[in-house]
Write a protein that binds this ligand. Structure first.
Ligand code: ADP
Length: 265
């Protein structure tokens, strides 16, 4: 049995491979001791670990493990998943929207880091809590689905008020920039969270697009657990990437790329 683990800031992703059968499992990073207990009950396995909490996990399990570099493991995992899904890209940007967002340029041979942003899944959870007092992730993303950003986000067309706009009027001019003009209205949690998904999705996409232009590629592969059960964020990212003339890709189980890749690099 082969076990690949990506112990991240928020979630621990585990990929298990036995006789060509692959399984995927996630734990909260706060449950790291339970993951260790599970591993310590396994007699024999080839275990590889990557991610920010790899050192700690390694220190509390009985097995000798292989440690791999997170960015290399993620790249290796993405390459495997792309191939398995018959997606053939010579060059691409991959944006790993985890607790934070890390952005990389990839070719068929290797990857290099192109940048990042602190806007990501951690911001969704933290700022989401400050705005609504909701700490449960599922509740947060479900509440956002029915939200309306119109009273919160200032669009280009709001500024131009019917005049001809120099860029699409539907583009966001200022995230959260419409609030004071609607100060006497209510701002339901759904609207606040939809606007939060907006700022995270648009920031992640903007940084990814800049990296794509810098490295002269047209493809952006988005991975990370922040997209899990969060179609709103996914749709914002897809629409905005397409609007800017690039090709967005999401791969099934993409958030397990690091865990999978750690087995093979
Ligand atoms: P990391 O490797 O930094 O832990 P992930 O790619 O696993 O990053 O993404 C973490 C983000 O995924 C969280 O910040 C949150 O937005 C989102 N997420 C998805 N599912 C859950 C969950 N069940 N509990 C908490 N956060 C979740």
């Amino acid at each position: 049995m082969k076990i690949g683990i990506d112990a991240g800031g928020t979630l621990i992703k585990v990929v298990t491979e036995t006789n060509n059968k692959r399984t995927f499992k996630k734990w909260l990073t706060t449950q790291i001791d339970q993951v260790a207990e599970w591993l310590n009950h396994i007699d024999k396995a080839d275990i590889s670990i990557t991610g920010g909490k790899a050192q700690y996990l390694d220190s509390i399990i009985k097995h000798n493990v292989k440690r791999s570099i997170e960015f290399e493991a993620t790249y290796t995992g993405i390459q495997i998943l792309l191939k398995e899904h018959d997606i053939h890209l010579d060059t691409y940007i991959f944006s790993n929207v985890g607790t934070g967002t890390s952005i990389h340029y990839a070719t068929a041979q290797n990857q290099e880091r192109a940048g990042g942003t602190g806007a990501g899944g951690g911001m969704i959870q933290g700022l989401g809590y400050l705005l609504t007092q909701i700490s449960d992730y599922e509740e947060l993303v479900q509440t956002a689905i029915n939200g309306d950003r119109d009273k919160i986000d200032l669009k280009v067309k709001h500024i131009y008020k019917g005049d001809k706009t120099p860029i699409s009027g539907d583009l966001t001019a200022a995230n959260f920039g419409h609030v004071l003009q609607n100060i006497h209205d209510d701002f339901p949690n759904a609207d606040r969270l939809a606007a939060l998904m907006g700022i995270v999705g648009e920031t992640v996409t903007t940084v990814s697009i800049h990296a794509a232009k810098q490295f002269k590629t047209e493809n952006v592969v988005y991975i990370g657990s922040s997209f899990v059960n969060n179609d709103l964020l996914r749709n914002i990212v897809v629409d905005y990437t397409i609007l800017r003339g690039l090709n967005p890709y999401f791969i099934e189980n993409g958030e397990f790329s690091g865990a999978l890749g750690s087995i093979y690099c």
